[in-house]
Design a protein around this ligand. Structure first.
Ligand code: AMP
Length: 509
């Protein structure tokens, strides 16, 4: 089955229902959305593009994104959505690696992408141009049959270390992901709205399909970006809106002074990185019981575990705080195991690698057999995340195995130290890393945004965690290095730390 059938079905049953919005304006009903997608498919096929060809989309958020995405599936192509905030050279690398034959690009990006386009790219179409407009009015094609195992979305990971990898997501993967979203994360009714304030090339875009499946509305802010005041205005005018937000975005919403009506936000889903418990509590105080958390990765898109709205809200539960610090329970379409070095299930309470299998797990990495074999060995997706299950089935993520600090032979999970430090009122943001040390193997170092002094933070840590876990050094910075999705780059922090240490040594000698 082809994902495009969801759009076709919606257009037939509810042609006049609003489907796409920009700001408060409906820009397409389901009939128009489907017509444009079928025409785009027709024009690409007429231009000689073959089923299975990879076709890239590089644009800020806009409703055309969805006309194109569904149009590509309609015609049997594989979409390669690329983060528009990447450098031209990085985009060029992905275009070449994915062997994309055509790219749809935002008008503002044309020059930069053209400058870095590989020879393999045969056409570049600017979204909104005359050529584009004629494509969405071309002769329509019927949906091309696809097997559930055919490639639908080549998802390039955010690459916090090294080159991004292309996770091959099939029609089956995306359908299972959408059904799991509707079952576990945010049951959605016709007419309700998903606001794409986070990049559509990543998490937010992946949620578009579930909303088409439920005849709901996909909306894009007028600015195409993330502006807390604009979002408040949007949801005040259009209650029952859900959105995906990385923890850094959620924090900015919480800090936005504008008023928001009760019931304006239906659901705010955070994921992609941990949100520390004090930040979750502030968010709940501000917006009420609207939060859900998801844990996933490009390799099992948005689907591994979920902490539901009900769990986040149930503060009468004796283990509420523990649960808030967890990533929730296993999604309904996957199996999750915390495994040892041989992938055997570990007893409850013991930390090990999080392994996933089920219908959302990718088919493999594009053009990388070795990484595929390593990551999918034994039929399990090896996430590289360290987690621990409790007796109730809640998974708490420790840290990525490479972020674990081993100091004097003891494991220190950075997140645990970060949770303690962020609870101090003078600390705005914090990230903890290990620094190589001749005596201890590694020592704990905290990078802090805020104006506390080390002695105060030390005393604060000693009240809450074991002595060996408290930072041996505090480095005060104006901002933490983050990637385009707002994830803190610990690799970069470790490099910064190494560089500043070697500069100090040189000075001293
Ligand atoms: P990406 O493939 O770029 O979405 O990155 C996925 C990685 O982000 C996961 O492997 C985790 O390390 C991290 N991550 C995703 N969701 C969460 C979450 N809810 N809490 C903590 N870390 C998360």
């Amino acid at each position: 089955m082809n994902l495009a059938h969801w759009l076709d079905r919606a257009a037939k049953a509810y042609p006049n229902r609003p489907a796409l919005m920009t700001g408060q304006s409906v820009v397409a009903d389901y009939a128009t959305f489907a017509r444009r997608s079928a025409a785009l498919a027709g024009s690409l096929r007429a231009a000689g593009r073959a089923p299975g060809d990879r076709i890239a989309i590089i644009a800020g958020n806009c409703t055309d994104y969805l006309d194109i995405l569904f149009g590509l599936w309609w015609g049997g192509f594989a979409a390669v959505p690329i983060n528009a905030k990447l450098h031209g050279a990085e985009i060029g690398w992905i275009l070449e690696h994915s062997d994309a034959v055509t790219a749809f690009v935002g008008a503002d990006l044309e020059t930069e992408i053209a400058a870095h386009a590989p020879d393999t790219l045969q056409a570049l179409t600017v979204i909104g141009s005359a050529a584009y407009r004629s494509m969405i009015q071309a002769e329509q094609r019927p949906i091309l049959d696809r097997s559930p195992n055919d490639l639908a979305w080549l998802f390039y990971t955010s690459g916090t270390t090294g080159r991004p990898k292309g996770a091959m997501l099939t029609h089956r993967n995306l359908m299972a992901m959408s059904l799991a979203y509707l079952t576990d994360v945010d049951p959605t009714s016709p007419g309700q709205t998903l606001l794409h304030a986070a990049p559509m090339s990543h998490g937010s875009g992946l949620y578009a399909m579930a909303h088409v499946a439920r005849f709901a509305v996909n909306a894009v802010p007028e600015s195409g970006g993330f502006d807390p005041a604009e979002i408040m205005g949007f949801v005040n005018a259009r209650p029952e809106t859900s959105m995906f937000a990385a923890p850094t975005m959620t924090k900015r919403l919480v800090d936005c002074p504008d008023d928001v009506r009760l019931g304006a936000f239906r659901t705010i889903i955070w994921g992609g990185a941990p949100m520390l418990v004090p930040d979750i509590r502030r968010a709940l105080d501000r917006f009420g019981p609207v939060f859900a958390q998801i844990y996933g990765q490009g390799e099992t898109p948005m689907t591994t575990t979920v902490l539901s709205k009900a769990d986040i809200t149930d503060h009468t539960h004796p283990r509420w705080l523990e649960r808030l610090g967890s990533a929730g329970i296993v999604n309904s379409v996957v199996e999750v195991r915390v495994g040892d070095a041989e992938d055997r299930a570990l007893p409850l309470g013991e930390a090990g690698e999080v392994l996933v299998r089920g219908d959302t797990v990718m088919a493999g990495y594009w053009a990388d057999q070795q990484a595929t074999a390593e990551t999918l060995r034994g039929g399990w997706l090896h996430t590289g995340d360290v987690g621990v299950f409790d007796a109730d089935g809640y998974l708490t993520l420790k840290d990525r195995s490479k972020d674990l600090i081993i100091s004097g032979g003891s494991n220190v999970y950075p997140r645990e130290v970060e949770e303690v430090l962020i609870a101090h009122p003078a600390v705005k943001e914090v990230s903890v890393i290990g620094r190589p040390d001749p005596d201890w193997g590694e020592v704990v170092v905290a990078f802090v945004v805020g104006d506390a002094d080390p002695a105060t933070l030390d005393a604060h840590c000693l009240e809450k965690i074991a002595r060996f876990k408290r930072p041996k050094d505090y480095v005060f910075v104006d901002a933490l290095p983050k990637n385009n999705y707002g994830k803190i780059l610990k690799t970069e922090l470790r490099e910064m730390d190494r560089d500043s240490r070697s500069a100090e040594t040189k000075h001293g000698s």
